[in-house]
Ligand binder design. Structure first.
Ligand SMILES: *Cc1c(COP(=O)(O)O)cnc(C)c1O
Length: 446
């Protein structure tokens, strides 16, 4: 008997490619029917079939405070009542920009509507500022669907098993150098050979789009220093980590301690409070190149939209030490319990975390040592993940429908929500173990 999500998915596929507006949502990597969500409250999502789930996706990161937070809703409601878009400066834009500048090392910020727009604009600005064209990125790092940044971009491309996409001109791809993550020698070599053509190096501040693959100690500092030495700009993409892994993002964890500052940074997700808002910013002299102060053009009809900025501002103002402490605590509890359940069930795995972002790589190939780059992440056993994912879903836990994504929690994950996750883990771990055993070590278990 078709469920309502099934019926909606059929209707969706008739009018939208794959039935979704962003590829990973389609469940292609895990199979089955994507759940059409009707509402969210705190840690919980409810689908159109009437089932509820503890949400471990949190809209891919933004919902730091949980769904439908009353104070965020109040600010959004008040903003909507004042009108939804004017195409003029508004006061909440200024206040949100001030909040971002206060929490980060950047001097000036420009608001945009998506993370993709933020990285695209940052790249253009870096090229305009340096007068150079080449961009360096890392395999497995996702920076939105920007032409020059889609090579080996992790996330959805990894989920769908493709390394690049038709539609990106060869001339654009040719301006991008893709290197293995955490590989200092590869960075040294690329800069030695192309140093005076490189406009910028862009990296996820701590990658979460190939699963969680944190920078090795000092790696970001090394990147910042290398860029400076070669007159290239260092762009730290904190669309995912910004205002999530700490009040000051990943920079608060490494740069602030080690004493270095990115030339440009990009933000999105949490800073929009569930609305389309994102930002890029950096050094005053670099940002002064941006239109209308300088010649590098960038614009947006809905940039700094009053509803989105009200939601983002409310979210950041509420994101105090207690919020980060709770999110960290929930992540630590769930990740430790997942590790324990997998160990008990005999399913090989590798748990990786960076503060409150974490993910699990399944299979013998990754169990022994750190996953430090995209090649390592691709060695995981996607069948084991699939079995684990569906067992969790059946037990009312909504995980990212891809093995190449971070899991996210919120400050609204209370003890009841956490308990539902803990209760689901043993059966899911057993399901993963059953698949791992049959696919990876046939002789031993026969
Ligand atoms: C999500 C993400 C983006 C793209 O943001 P969108 O709002 O989806 O365009 C860019 N960079 C990183 C690191 C991200 O996680």
């Amino acid at each position: 008997m078709p469920t309502t999500s099934e019926q909606w998915f059929a209707r969706a596929r008739a009018v939208t490619p794959g039935g979704v507006n962003s590829p990973v949502r389609a469940f292609a990597a895990v199979g089955g029917t994507p759940r059409f969500m009707e509402s969210g409250a705190g840690a919980w999502l409810t689908d159109v079939d009437g089932r509820s789930y503890v949400d471990l996706v949190c809209s891919w990161g933004p919902m730091l405070l949980g769904h439908a937070h009353p104070e965020v809703l109040a600010e959004v409601g008040a903003a909507i009542a004042r009108g939804t878009s004017f195409g003029t400066p508004t006061t909440t834009e200024v206040e949100l920009a001030e909040e971002i500048v206060r929490r980060t090392p950047i001097d000036r910020v420009r608001l945009v509507s998506s993370g993709t727009e933020a990285t695209m604009s940052a790249i253009r600005l870096a090229r305009g500022f340096t007068g150079r064209d080449v961009v360096v990125k890392f395999a497995g790092c996702y920076h939105g669907h920007v032409d020059s940044l889609l090579a080996q971009a992790g996330s959805g491309l990894a989920t769908l098993g493709v390394s690049s996409t038709p539609g990106v001109p060869a001339s654009s791809a040719a301006q991008t150098i893709v290197l293995p993550y955490n590989d200092r020698a590869a960075v040294e070599a690329a800069f030695a050979e192309h140093g005076d053509a490189i406009a910028c190096l862009i990296t996820e501040a701590s990658p979460g789009n190939m699963g969680v693959v944190p920078p090795e100690p000092g790696f970001n500092a090394f990147l910042a220093e290398t860029c400076t030495r070669h007159g290239a700009l260092f762009i730290s993409d904190e669309v995912m980590t910004g205002f999530r892994v700490s009040a000051r993002g990943q920079w608060g964890v490494d740069g602030a301690v080690e004493g270095w500052v990115p030339d440009l940074m990009t933000f999105g997700k949490v800073m929009g409070g569930g609305f389309p808002a994102a930002a890029f910013g950096g050094r005053t002299d670099v940002m002064a190149m941006l239109s209308p102060e300088g010649p590098v053009y960038q614009a947006g009809t809905l940039s700094g939209n009053p509803i989105a900025t009200a939601a983002g501002l409310a979210t950041l103002r509420l994101a105090d030490d207690a919020v980060y402490a709770r999110v960290d605590e929930v992540a630590a509890t769930i990740s430790a319990a997942a590790a324990e359940a997998l160990t008990r069930a005999g399913a090989p795995y590798r748990l990786q975390s960076n503060g409150n972002m974490f993910s699990i790589f399944f299979g013998d190939a990754v169990a022994g040592s750190a996953v430090r780059d995209y090649v390592g992440a691709q060695a995981q056993d996607s069948e084991a993940f699939k079995a684990f994912f569906h067992a969790m879903l059946d037990a009312g836990v909504y995980l990212p429908p891809s093995a190449f994504e971070s899991w996210f929690v919120s400050a609204a994950h209370d003890d009841r929500a956490v308990q539902q996750v803990l209760d689901a883990l043993p059966v899911a771990a057993a399901a993963a173990a059953a698949v791992s055993t049959s696919t990876t070590s046939g002789e031993d278990t026969a």
